[in-house]
Design a binder for this molecule. Structure first.
Ligand code: C2E
Ligand code: MG
Ligand code: MG
Ligand code: MG
Length: 272
């Protein structure tokens, strides 16, 4: 019976591997087509100042308007995009779309998520050229990088971050607290701010562990001169709590869900 059970587990494992491989291939081929045929969409989620609740900008979040499967979220295809080298194309499309958004809405600011893979020595120059081509000032663009994906010691990464900072683009470490979290690197990396991961916000205001961590990170970031944003704010109580801790900005369903551009700008504004 034990042997049979073991074999059964093996079979389950093999089936799971097979299923994963099949899914990967299916999604990969499908995604290549989607990129070419323009099925990727961008939704925008407002970022607000916690002192006054006023909107300061948006985060651009990729969606896939799949012809059969409906609107897909990043978690349903970004891992495959990373694995098969398509994430650069995805990020590139989102950047283009987000810069178009800035052109259409002269008072808006926008943040884009970027895989650290794109920091290959050409990224900062590409961003600079795209901004210049459209006559946009760099201070309207923010680049968000996942903490865990940063190759901290890598000189090319360092140079890219320095070039972005020199350009005047804001650079945030996204999902802060979920990666290696060696706080010392905040001193070494030329980034302008951090975004606290929503896992530290969810339990607020009751959870004391989250409370201490959020408070400590706000203090530390402030002392280091970094901008502070928190994500996943779903209630007014959380917003009040984080504001009292000194967090500058926030994002979350409490303030607004990610939605198409028309939701935030029903008529093309054209001016401020
Ligand atoms: P992220 O950059 O941390 O983005 C925030 C995510 O949290 C978004 O999920 C957003 O919809 C969700 N969110 C916002 N407010 C709340 C809230 O109050 N409660 C809860 N439960 N969730 C909230 P989304 O859009 O599914 O994106 C997931 C992740 O995919 C992003 O996390 C980002 O890391 C990645 N991503 C999105 N767009 C791109 C892209 O264009 N390029 C790359 N490389 N990654 C992207
Ligand atoms: Mg982000
Ligand atoms: Mg985040
Ligand atoms: Mg996150």
């Amino acid at each position: 019976a034990a042997k049979a059970a073991g074999g059964g587990r093996c079979r389950v494992f093999a089936d799971a591997l097979h299923e994963r491989a099949v899914r990967r291939l299916t999604v990969e081929n499908d995604l290549r087509r989607a990129v070419d045929e323009g099925e990727l969409r961008v939704h925008y989620q407002p970022v607000v100042g916690l002192r006054d609740g006023l909107r300061t900008g948006f985060e651009a979040l990729v969606r896939w308007a799949h012809p059969r499967r409906g609107l897909l979220l990043p978690e349903q295809f970004l891992d495959v995009a990373e694995e098969c080298g398509l994430v650069g194309a995805v990020d590139g499309l989102v950047l283009e779309e987000a810069l178009g958004f800035l052109t259409r809405h002269p008072c808006a600011r926008v943040a884009v998520n970027t895989s650290a893979r794109r920091l290959d020595g050409t990224f900062a120059a590409t961003v600079a050229a795209e901004l210049r081509r459209r006559g946009l000032t760099p201070d309207r663009l923010t680049v968000e990088l996942l903490e865990g994906s940063l190759a901290l010691g890598d000189p090319v990464t360092q140079a890219e971050l320095r070039d972005l900072a020199a350009l005047g683009v804001e650079v945030l470490i996204d999902d802060f607290g979920t990666g290696y979290s060696a706080l010392s690197y905040l001193r070494r990396l030329p980034v302008t701010g951090l975004k606290l991961d929503r896992s530290f916000v969810t339990g607020l205001p009751q959870d004391t562990g989250s409370d201490r961590i959020a408070a400590a990170v706000a203090t530390l970031a402030g002392d280091l001169g970094l901008t502070t944003t928190c994500e996943g704010v779903e209630t007014a109580a959380q917003a009040r709590h984080l504001a009292a801790q000194g967090w500058q900005s926030a994002q979350g369903f409490h303030f607004g869900v990610p939605a198409p551009e028309e939701r935030w700008f029903p008529v093309s504004s054209g001016s401020c």
